[in-house]
Design a protein around this ligand. Structure first.
Ligand SMILES: Cc1cc2nc3c(=O)[nH]c(=O)nc-3n(C[C@H](O)[C@H](O)[C@H](O)COP(=O)(O)OP(=O)(O)OC[C@H]3O[C@@H](n4cnc5c(N)ncnc54)[C@H](O)[C@@H]3O)c2cc1C
Length: 640
């Protein structure tokens, strides 16, 4: 009897793949209620006047794309663009690096707008203002602020950020450059002890940089104190290299060629005692080192923990790129027929390739919004939350960008390959965002580590089997079902990793923390999946919160996309859901049909497709869309 029932269940599950009917994800009434204006207010939520002023400023001819320039001409143009930016007054206050401390949202908003125009300009500005200027702001004290920030504001002192070395990228603690205090002369001596210790990839150092925030291992009175930051002049006012400084220009890269990256060696370069950024540690004239933070690792963690703005900007830039590329590709799809009258946007494959990316772009934009609230608005920011969100969202946003831009490029066919249509140059210029400001694989490990270190993890129960959330046979899949699936998926990974580490550390021959760390490494594939799972569940939660609080026309748009987002994130990781029993074969089949149906609802209808309204809500100014196929492809080569 029991055997028969099991056979029946098995049969139902196997046949379910054919029999499932499409449950509804999206309600048609919600689609017609979408209001782009209300949605835009929800998505872009701070400094509207500054944003409009920067967008207006970017109408100048100097910001028009020019794909015919040589490497050196492009670098020169990028520098000139930045000079224009620092000279602009943007309705009265201009752009001020001190806003990194005083008004971080304004600081972010000003720089965010540049990535709508050109990534080289955005990154050259980011290196100068955020990495160099922000480091001075956060790790320096009044003497550094007063002496350096006014010169950064005018670009009199183009700044660089010297953290990475040839031999030490992701492992920043391992850098080898040394700074030894010479008490009789009251100076630090900065040295590159080996070629592997040369500063590598340093943005702005190849040609234009004059000052660099150099990370070096500090020794005072023979005692090693760990990495600290020193402001070192690398070129004099007329642009000649300083004594003891050697720089090799990296030359052409696969993209981002408006930025002059370079490699730097320091040969016993002497800098005054004041060159050390001393907010968290200082050395007095007699050579006494002091810091309120007792250990090297805690001190370094505090120093780099204060520098998350750059990481947030990179994540936001990736979301912006997805907005631009998706808008271009969907607009083109809504006008371009192929095989008779059928618009390419009406093919299911097209909808399947573009619309999950649109939903993810919304999810990540709302995730970035919450990250900014956590990082900049709280009276006392929750450092752990900021760390988890900034690491996870940076990785998710940039990996998502890789996928979205590739799909958009392919969906535009040959037109996607034309530089004038913007997607291609964005793809090559931005490819590095998965690597810099924290390599994505390493970032996802940081997320997982923080989750596993949380004492609440130890109390999570891991059931023998996970409760299935039945999608097959229901007429409608609710947001609650999707969200609880995403959360259960995250919990399943968390429990599996926690148990693997716990049994390694307590098992026979286990060696406590070292054995747990080895188990973590043994399961790095799951570790990265956990990072993703956390971001997916959090973003879905943020979307649902926004939908509950927003006015009707915005709530409709967010909840429609939350449905597609949740469903497609689950679909992308289906193997795990099936493996742990959160879904069965019939649910998987039903999910596929539900996603197909939702994509049809959003993407069909040519220029009237609801997806286009959702793109309008990004509020991208027409002059910054700058792709002829986003306007009227039939006029290519004539008026466009
Ligand atoms: C265009 C560009 C501009 C840059 N600008 C600057 C700048 O201005 N200033 C600056 O200081 N730096 C800069 N960088 C450096 C950048 O931050 C580093 O490239 C980055 O930190 C990665 O280091 P890496 O290149 O040595 O790669 P590695 O750390 O060697 O990583 C190589 C590969 O190994 C993997 N890996 C590494 N460690 C682990 C691990 N623990 N577990 C699993 N996998 C691992 C990574 O995922 C990656 O795929 C720039 C880089 C580029 C490309």
């Amino acid at each position: 009897m029991e055997g028969n029932r099991r056979l029946e269940v098995l049969e139902r599950q196997l046949c379910g793949a054919q029999l499932a009917e499409a449950p509804e994800l999206i309600d048609d009434a919600a689609l017609s209620a979408i209001c782009p204006k209300q949605l835009q207010a929800l998505l872009v939520h701070d400094n509207p006047e500054l944003r409009s002023a920067v967008f207006e400023f970017l109408k100048d001819d100097i910001f028009k794309p020019n794909h015919y320039l040589s490497l050196m001409e492009f670098r020169e143009l990028t520098l000139q663009r930045l000079q224009r930016f620092v000279a602009a007054d943007f309705g009265g206050r201009g752009f001020d690096v001190r806003d990194y401390m005083n008004d971080p949202r304004r600081f972010m908003a000003g720089l965010e707008c540049l990535s709508f125009c050109d990534y080289s300009m955005a990154i050259k500005a980011g290196v100068h203002f955020t990495l160099c200027g922000g480091t001075i702001c956060k790790l320096g004290t009044a003497k550094h602020h007063n002496a350096l920030l006014p010169k950064l504001n005018t670009l009199e002192l183009p700044g660089c950020f010297g953290m990475t070395e040839l031999g030490h990228g992701s492992n920043v603690m391992g850098i080898e450059t040394t700074a030894v205090y010479d008490a009789p002369r009251g100076e630090f001596v900065i040295t590159t002890p080996s070629n592997e210790a040369s500063k590598y990839w340093i943005g702005g150092s190849g040609q234009h940089g004059k000052i660099c925030a150099v990370f070096a291992q500090l020794t005072v009175g023979g005692v090693w104190q760990g990495p600290h930051v020193f402001m070192v002049r690398i070129r004099d006012d007329s642009g000649r290299l300083m004594p003891g400084v050697r720089i090799k220009d990296h030359g052409p890269k696969m993209g981002l060629n408006g930025v002059d990256n370079g490699q730097i060696w320091f040969d016993s370069v002497r800098v005054p005692r004041d060159a050390m950024l001393d907010r968290y540690a200082s050395v007095d004239a007699a050579g006494t080192y002091s810091s309120p933070i007792p250990t090297v690792s805690a001190r370094f963690g505090t120093m780099v923990g204060g520098l998350t703005t750059g990481r947030i900007l990179i994540g936001q830039g990736a979301v912006t790129a997805c907005m631009i590329a998706t808008t271009i590709a969907l607009r083109y799809a809504s006008q371009r027929p192929q095989f008779g009258d059928k618009l390419i946007g009406d093919y299911l494959t097209h909808q399947r390739r573009l619309l999950p990316g649109l939903a993810t772009t919304y999810a990540l934009q709302l995730g970035m919004k919450q990250l900014k609230v956590a990082a900049f608005d709280a009276a006392k920011p929750d450092a752990k939350l900021v760390h988890v969100l900034s690491s996870g969202l940076k990785a998710a946003a940039t990996w998502n960008r890789v996928e979205v831009l590739q799909q958009c490029r392919e969906c535009c066919g040959g037109m996607g390959f034309l530089a004038a249509n913007k997607i291609g140059p964005m793809k090559t210029d931005m490819d590095v965002d998965v690597t810099f400001e924290g390599d994505n694989t390493v970032m996802m490990q940081q997320v997982a580590r923080a989750l596993l270190d949380d004492p609440a993890t130890a109390r999570l129960n891991a059931p023998g089997s996970w409760d299935r959330v039945a999608l097959a046979g229901t007429p409608h899949v609710s947001a609650g079902q999707l969200h609880s699936l995403l959360q259960a998926h995250e919990r399943s990974l968390l429990c599996q990793l926690r148990d693997a580490m716990a049994s390694a550390s307590s098992g026979k021959g286990g060696k406590g923390a070292a054995a747990a760390a080895a188990a973590f490494e043994e399961n790095l594939d799951l570790v990265v999946q956990l990072g993703w799972a956390h971001v997916d569940a959090r973003c879905m939660g943020y979307m649902l919160d926004e939908a509950r609080a927003a006015p009707g026309g915005a709530a409709a748009g967010v909840s429609v996309l939350a449905q597609l987002y949740g469903a497609t994130r689950i679909e992308a990781r289906l193997a795990r859901y099936l493996q742990v029993g959160l879904l069965n074969g019939a649910d998987a089949a039903a999910l596929r049909l539900a996603v197909n149906k939702a994509c049809r609802q959003l993407g069909s209808g040519g220029p009237a497709a609801p997806a286009l309204k959702l793109c309008d809500a990004f509020g991208i100014p027409e002059h910054l869309l700058a792709a002829p196929i986003a306007k009227n492809w039939r006029e290519m080569g004539q008026t466009l």
